[in-house]
Design a protein around this ligand. Structure first.
Ligand code: FES
Length: 508
């Protein structure tokens, strides 16, 4: 790890906001809408519902906004990569247009909320750019521009962008936006409290049971009786045999927050090719903090994770010059088979349990529109965008191929992990490092912390039995199959796994 780089990951958003804490749910409760997950979906839905007089309770397995929402790049844009030509091909012009309109509706909802509640959250209107230096992507950007024209999207092709980096071609979408997501959500939490919303943290939901109405069951066995349940836990904690894990793939990406002597020229940027590079800035005490992101890869797969931060650092140093390195953090995103999120009834015909997942890295707009759809469905029975996102959709050709690819990749990793032979031993293990070894003839992962304490775990993922891999950047064990993540002590950080990794007693 480079000397300049902070030793531990920490999100700037989380570090610069004082989010209140809430107690654990310790008893049976009744509410109208039970929301599992205190990120942008859960909190926006709680705000929208409670201001219309609906009784809402939000529970979170960890603390509010500590998941993907606290680790985003927080771009509020309908420019979700190169997507509109593909959407027209797969869904037709009307659906593609709806996708754009939904994202713009989400942007408008965020703007209106900021205005209504007078929120100081560094909201700024910015143009969004996709740029490329690869000849292969020039024609893709040109085709995407034709899709913009067909859909009436305000955008242009250009050979120059305000950011001082080499570019062969770029596609701009005008008047998008960015903000400080947690300053925004912090105010929403306060407003929810004023509207009577109850929050419970460190409350793990493990199931939904049905009687006349659904009840969320917590790990401690408490029941939250509801008329409606919103599953907003990133990976759905409950899927009613709908196999969401086989219909999405998880990716990790990285962000570094640095200062540069260069003046930030405005705008939000992402390249079209791999490795991904994303750039935006935010003002901190009158100075620009540059957020440089990217290096996406499938969870639990690829090179040592710290190398991804180093690659971003190298990019930042070469292109802009880094005068000060302030933060580094990473996020996990889920992408669906056709890149359109799953938002709606958890299963066809089920109208009391809703799910929102698979935001394909564009959680600010997709998460906000999910919340709007849920609040409209619950209060008015319908929303104009609900059909587009229906989780039970399954249009034939392109998705089936993708489905097969995702699951073949899972099978490959399932076998690869089991066959992996390692000769490493714990005797040679340095502090703050981990190895895969064998203990009592079984594959085991051992991490040694800075005080020389060792934590040994059975590396078999408790979801479906793949073998987890060490993530050195975040000090976690990550599963290459469906993206479950575990702390070095074995606790579940991210599903679909629900049970911790088995601890191994090294003294025996
Ligand atoms: Fe499915 Fe690990 S997440 S096997």
């Amino acid at each position: 790890m480079s000397e300049k780089m902070p030793q531990f990951p920490e999100s700037y958003w989380l570090d610069s906001t004082d989010i209140p804490s809430y107690p654990k749910l310790e008893e049976k409760k009744q509410t109208e809408v039970g929301i599992v997950g205190g990120g942008i979906v859960g909190l926006t839905a709680a705000y929208l519902l409670s201001k219309q007089g609906v009784k809402v309770t939000v529970i979170d397995a960890s603390t509010l906004v500590n998941g993907t929402t606290g680790h985003t790049t927080a771009k509020i844009t309908a420019q979700h990569g190169i997507i509109y030509d593909e959407l027209i091909q797969h869904f037709g012009k009307n659906m593609a247009l709806q996708y754009y309109q939904a994202a713009m509706e989400a942007k408008k909802l965020i703007e209106t909320t900021i205005r209504d509640l007078n929120i100081d959250c560094n909201y700024q209107v910015e143009d969004a750019y996709i740029y490329t230096n690869s000849d292969d992507y020039i024609s893709k950007l040109e085709t995407e521009k034709k899709a913009y024209d067909e859909l009436g999207i305000n955008g242009d092709l250009t050979d120059e962008i305000p950011l001082d980096i080499p570019v062969k071609r770029a596609l701009v979408m005008k008047e998008q936006a960015q903000f400080h997501p947690l300053k925004y959500l912090h105010r929403l939490i306060k407003e929810c409290e004023n509207n009577g919303v109850q929050f419970f943290e460190h409350t793990v939901a493990i199931d939904v049971e049905y009687n006349k109405h659904p009840a969320i069951i917590t790990k401690e066995g408490h029941r939250l009786l509801c008329n409606h349940v919103i599953v907003a836990s990133h990976f759905p904690f409950y899927d009613k045999q709908s196999f969401y894990f086989a219909r999405m793939y998880p990716e990790r990406s990285y962000v570094i927050a640095v200062k540069s002597d260069q003046k930030y020229p405005g705008g939000m940027y992402i390249n079209a090719e791999s490795p991904t590079r994303s750039v935006r800035s935010t003002k901190v005490d009158g100075q620009e903090l540059w957020l440089i992101g990217g290096e996406n890869h499938k969870t639990g797969q690829g090179e040592t994770t710290i190398k991804h931060y180093e690659a971003l650092q190298q990019f930042g140093e070469e292109q802009f010059g880094i005068s000060e390195f302030q933060y580094r953090w990473s996020a996990q995103d889920l992408t669906t088979l056709d890149k359109v999120p799953y938002i709606g009834s958890i299963k066809e015909g089920e109208d009391s349990v809703f799910v929102a997942t698979g935001f394909n890295k564009w959680g600010m707009t997709n998460g906000t529109i999910a919340a709007k759809i849920f609040s409209d469905k619950i209060v008015h029975g319908k929303n104009e965008f609900e059909e587009l996102y229906t989780p039970s959709r399954f249009h034939a050709d392109p998705q089936i191929k993708k489905f097969a690819t995702i699951n073949a990749d899972v099978a490959k990793h399932m076998i690869k992990g089991k066959l992996e032979i390692t000769n490493d031993t714990i005797q040679g293990l340095s502090t703050d490092d981990a190895i895969i070894t064998k203990i009592n003839g079984k594959r085991a992962g051992v991490y040694k912390d800075q005080d020389e304490n060792m934590y040994a775990l059975d590396t078999t993922c408790t979801h479906m039995g793949c073998e987890v891999e060490w993530n050195s950047g975040d000090r976690t064990w990550d599963c290459p199959c469906h993206g479950s993540r575990f702390s070095y002590k074995g606790e579940v950080i991210e599903g679909p796994a629900k049970k911790p990794l088995k601890q191994i007693d090294l003294s025996k």
